[in-house]
Design a protein around this ligand. Structure first.
Ligand SMILES: C[S@@+](CC[C@H](N)C(=O)[O-])C[C@H]1O[C@@H](n2cnc3c(N)ncnc32)[C@H](O)[C@@H]1O
Length: 232
């Protein structure tokens, strides 16, 4: 066990403290060792503690936010058996698997990403789960590789801000959706590449999407964007 405790600090001739009155005790091979910490070490230790607390808080907040985002996104997507879905920037397949389960054996999910390592990890997860209706492709949104009018749903979860060209990515997603198809965009403010609602709205409208709904708040939101159906 090691604890910090108060201790009378040595003083100089004028009676001023030479050390911050902090003593650290620990055991080495059964013997108690006590050391006074120098001011510099005390500051370093305090900074380290503040950093650990801040980092832990950030990680917990991020996990809670991600968890809320996952549930919100899947609910808003309203997937049905037989649907075709493209998971743009699928990463290691966090959404690919639950979406494949929801669309069933008559539907299909295509996961695309620009990182081969993440796709490999996603592929392993899909195989381990015994899922057959998933394909992965090494491709970036905006590179023109997605087939026209192929998908009922598209997902962009914490991806838009990472794409090198948001406008081109959204334009390609628009054309790969069937008329009446929906793009779901989720953004969380703890993400360093966070895109706010106004920006997503503006970019999406510029390529032809109509905002169908926007749930959540400024910390985390999911926006459903509709590709207008063809009216006969
Ligand atoms: C923060 S991760 C999110 C991964 C996944 N959507 C999730 O929620 O777990 C962002 C992912 O977007 C991918 N990405 C960045 N630009 C992309 C692009 N133009 N096309 C496809 N994927 C892209 C990155 O490689 C990364 O895997």
């Amino acid at each position: 066990m090691s604890f910090f405790s108060h201790h009378a600090a040595p003083t100089n001739r004028q009676g001023r403290n030479l050390l911050i009155p902090c003593k650290v005790s620990f055991f080495v091979e059964g013997f108690k060792v006590e050391k006074l910490m120098t001011p510099l070490l005390t500051i370093v230790v305090l900074f380290a503690l503040v950093f650990v607390v801040a980092f832990t808080g950030y990680a917990v907040a991020w996990l809670l936010l991600i968890n809320a985002g996952n549930r919100l996104t899947l609910r808003q997507l309203a997937l049905k058996p037989g649907m075709n879905v493209v998971d743009v920037g699928c990463g290691s397949g966090r959404f690919t698997i639950p979406m494949a389960q929801q669309v069933g054996s008559t539907g299909e999910v295509l996961g695309i990403d620009i990182q081969a390592g993440k796709l490999q990890r996603a592929e392993q997860r899909v195989q381990a789960a015994g899922i057959k209706n998933v394909r992965f492709e090494l491709a970036g949104a905006g590179e023109g590789k997605l087939t026209h009018e192929r998908f009922d749903r598209a997902l962009l979860f914490a991806v838009l801000g990472e794409t090198s060209n948001c406008e081109a990515a959204l334009a390609e997603i628009f054309q790969t959706l069937k008329p009446g198809g929906i793009l779901s965009v989720t953004e969380g403010f703890l993400d360093p590449h966070y895109q706010n609602r106004e920006r997503v709205r503006r970019l999406a409208q510029a390529v032809g999407f109509i905002e169908e709904s926007c749930s959540g708040n400024r910390l985390l939101f999911t926006m459903n964007l509709l590709k207008p159906p063809i009216l006969r």
